[in-house]
Design a protein around this ligand. Structure first.
Ligand code: BV8
Length: 249
């Protein structure tokens, strides 16, 4: 059912209050209102300007580590200027009040900044560095002053790379399993601000639906998930949460 009328927000509040186990899946659209670029949905999105395979893949890093590293440095600077928006803050509040498990595809850490706990960062975190060598387990919190490529201080053999999941890379098994279990076990799955284009993240809504959960999508645009959702709220997350939170406080 496609509906963005006023009455749907009280109905969303009622759904959230009556749910036993809620899973929320967020994507770049949730951070868009904090000023962070999305990947696919507008002319200034990342993938409309750059080829994702040259920047968000191991091959891309191997071919030109400087280009990839500097792109992530640029993104880190953009994210460092960003603050959590009403959707991040609202989700953190809901997590304290309701049985809610938060899965995010975002790597910006804004959910945690807003106070969300146990966030399942499916695609990692941009403020973590790790050694690109698979035989070295070095990881560190990124230091802002590091502007150029860094040689791994542990193995001294390879460069450090951002601790995010690139295309063609497997997601961390423990995060995959946690998201899989939560999606199979929930009775309400809320997909917010994602184009539902990237797998395996985009597959968790189907898992939830197979398990009998209500599927709700919040996105101003249609996605491949829309036709499978029980409800679709065609609106930006910020405006939804500004109307939703007074009903749940
Ligand atoms: C994997 C992290 C197993 C890095 C990202 C060929 C070879 C290998 C793999 C594949 C292949 N073909 C397909 C695959 C699978 C591939 C995939 O799904 N490709 C897609 C593109 C077809 N997946 C993988 O490679 C994954 N690994 O499968 O491993 C494997 C291994 C080897 C071989 C085979 C299989 C790894 C995927 C993770 C990639 N990493 N990012 C970084 O950030 O730099 S992907 C990137 O897309 C981001 O993580 C992002 O989170 C994710 C999803 O994008 P969205 O968050 O949805 O953002 P998007 O811009 O697309 O959409 C924004 C939405 O918000 C829009 O709908 C818009 O309308 C909405 N919006 C805007 N404003 C608002 C809003 N909504 C609400 N309110 C608003 N205000």
């Amino acid at each position: 059912m496609l509906n963005s009328s006023e009455k749907i927000i009280p109905q969303l509040a009622a759904q959230l209050l009556s749910a036993q186990r809620i899973v929320v899946m967020t994507g770049a659209g949730v951070s868009a209102e904090s000023g962070i670029s999305t990947f696919r949905d507008s002319e200034d999105s990342y993938w409309s300007q750059f080829d994702p395979m040259t920047l968000a893949s191991l091959d891309g890093f191997s071919d030109n580590p400087q280009r990839v590293w500097h792109w992530y440095q640029w993104r880190r600077q953009q994210i460092a200027l960003a603050r959590p928006n009403p959707a991040h803050v609202g989700l953190a509040h809901l997590q304290r009040r309701l049985p809610l498990y938060l899965i995010t595809q975002n790597v910006d850490g804004l959910h945690q900044q807003a106070g969300s706990q146990q966030v399942c960062e499916l695609h990692g975190n941009i403020f973590i560095n790790q050694c690109v060598s698979v035989s070295c387990n070095y990881r560190e919190q990124h230091q802002d002053n590091a502007s150029d490529l860094i040689t791994c201080p542990q193995c001294q053999q390879a460069y450090l790379r951002p601790g995010v999941v690139w295309f063609g890379e497997c997601l961390a098994a423990e995060r995959l399993e946690a998201a899989d279990l939560a999606s199979r076990d929930c009775d309400l799955f809320l997909s917010m601000g994602t184009s539902a284009a990237v797998y395996p993240a985009a597959g968790f809504a189907a898992l939830a639906k197979q398990s009998g959960a209500q599927i709700i999508e919040i996105n101003p645009a249609a996605t491949p998930l829309s036709e499978h959702a029980d409800w679709v709220i065609r609106a930006p997350v910020g405006s939804v949460f500004e109307r939703l939170m007074p009903l749940l406080s």
